[in-house]
Design a binder for this molecule. Structure first.
Ligand code: AMP
Length: 143
């Protein structure tokens, strides 16, 4: 199983924002879309960073009164680890475990074509385990 197959199942929608978006807009978008991270893109759609609920919590913990007026660029992570369609689910789990993050954008020929969250990976894993269990049950019932 690879990311191309996972994207087919979940779709390619990615919520993005520009680096100058206000933190308040990021928070509003995270809440209304019930997602955990927003990919920050430059003028031409190029990957510029990622900002997740954890970054927002860290920003709030600094408790400056005007923090929600800050630009996303002030609080985003700039060194984004991305993957390709050919990345396997096992490689993805390794990336997330090693990097201690739960979101990975998918890039094809420089363009953003999707995002995988740890929830997508877990959902896929549960489906695979359920399929194995069903197959085993069939095997024992007929064997
Ligand atoms: P998350 O677990 O996705 O909420 O992110 C935890 C931290 O890692 C936050 O500081 C994010 O900005 C950062 N982060 C999330 N995804 C990535 C990624 N793909 N590459 C690099 N950093 C990331």
């Amino acid at each position: 199983m690879n990311i191309a197959q996972l994207l087919k199942a979940k779709g390619r929608a990615v919520t993005t924002a520009r680096p100058d978006a206000k933190l308040l807009d990021i928070v509003t978008s995270l809440a209304s879309k019930r997602i955990g991270a927003i990919v920050i893109v430059g003028e031409n759609g190029e990957l510029a960073g990622i900002i997740s609920e954890r970054d927002v919590i860290r920003a709030l913990a600094k408790s400056s009164e005007t923090v929600l007026e800050d630009s996303a660029s002030k609080h985003m992570t700039r060194e984004v680890v991305a993957c390709q369609k050919s990345t396997t689910i096992d490689e993805m789990m390794e990336l997330m475990t090693q990097g201690r993050f739960r979101h990975v954008p998918v890039i094809e020929e420089g363009a953003l074509i999707g995002i995988i969250s740890i929830g997508d990976v877990v959902k896929n894993h549960i489906a695979e385990v359920e399929m194995e269990v069903t197959a085993m049950r069939g095997y024992f019932a007929t064997g």
